[in-house]
Design a protein around this ligand. Structure first.
Ligand SMILES: [Zn+2]
Ligand SMILES: [Zn+2]
Ligand SMILES: [Zn+2]
Length: 263
């Protein structure tokens, strides 16, 4: 099974550059230092499966000319990962159908609370309301989106249990600082791993680069790309710190794996 992952946004919650910041990364002319909010999409044959609707969702869809989405896999409810939810209504219009959303029960509950106008609670709906069908998923229990098998991977984001996702030999684990022991079995035989690496210094809910490298070594994917990158990391300058089979991802990077999950 050939699977691709298109990196739509590789920045942290504020995006890079951060508003008003004059640091070296935020002033950099290297396009790889320009990072939209975190999101990616799996592409398998004609099926497109989005991961999160970031605060930059609209811009990401326009930038890549994406006109069809078969489903959205939510990692968790933090706003940088759900902020583009309202713009799903354009896909309702293009596809003439409700959008299927997948996530943990807690994530879907938070989505309902944040966007209550879209779930039947608002007095006046306004000009347009996204139409969504919520599918509750459990970590470690595979499901399919248009016949493409997806495995949700439990990871910890500080004290919050959230999900990463695996399709074929590619896994995407953002917003994490701890991989539970039982999840390593779901990450065997990976061709490509995408992993959270926020910055150089400690953070209560994200891997710092050093720990991300250590974790990536243990998972042992053929290739690892880091994401959710804050402005204290510069693509070119800090790439020298990475082992040979690890790289920083960047917006627009297209990763393709021709291997199935057990090849
Ligand atoms: Zn985040
Ligand atoms: Zn900055
Ligand atoms: Zn988060």
């Amino acid at each position: 099974m050939e699977v691709s992952l298109l990196m739509l946004g590789t920045g942290t919650s504020q995006g890079v550059p951060a508003i008003g910041c004059r640091c070296a990364t935020c002033s950099s002319s290297d396009p790889r230092d320009n990072r939209l909010r975190p999101s990616a999409c799996f592409m398998c044959d004609s099926v497109t499966i989005l991961i999160d609707t970031s605060s930059d969702f609209r811009q990401q869809m326009l930038r890549h000319g994406i006109r069809h989405i078969d489903g959205v896999l939510y990692t968790h409810h933090h706003f940088d990962h759900i902020g583009g939810f309202d713009d799903l209504r354009q896909f309702n219009y293009l596809q003439q159908s409700a959008m299927r959303l997948y996530g943990l029960g807690e994530t879907l509950d938070e989505l309902r609370l944040t966007y209550r106008y879209a779930f039947g609670d608002a007095l006046q709906a306004g000009g347009g309301v996204p139409s969504a069908i919520l599918h509750r998923v459990e970590g470690g229990a595979p499901f399919t989106v248009e016949s493409v098998p997806v495995t949700p991977i439990p990871v910890m984001h500080g004290v919050l249990p959230i999900l990463g996702y695996r399709v074929g030999s590619i896994a995407y684990l953002t917003d994490t600082n701890y991989i539970p022991e039982s999840s390593y079995a779901l990450l065997e035989n990976l061709d490509v791993l995408v992993l959270d690496a926020l910055r150089h210094t400690d953070h209560p809910t994200h891997f710092r680069l050093e720990d991300a490298i250590e974790t990536a070594r243990r998972i042992g994917a053929r290739k690892t790309y880091f994401t959710h990158i804050a402005h204290d990391m510069m693509h070119e300058r800090d790439s020298v710190l990475l082992p040979e089979n690890m790289e920083f991802s960047y917006d627009g990077l297209l990763i393709t794996s021709k291997r199935g999950s057990h090849d």
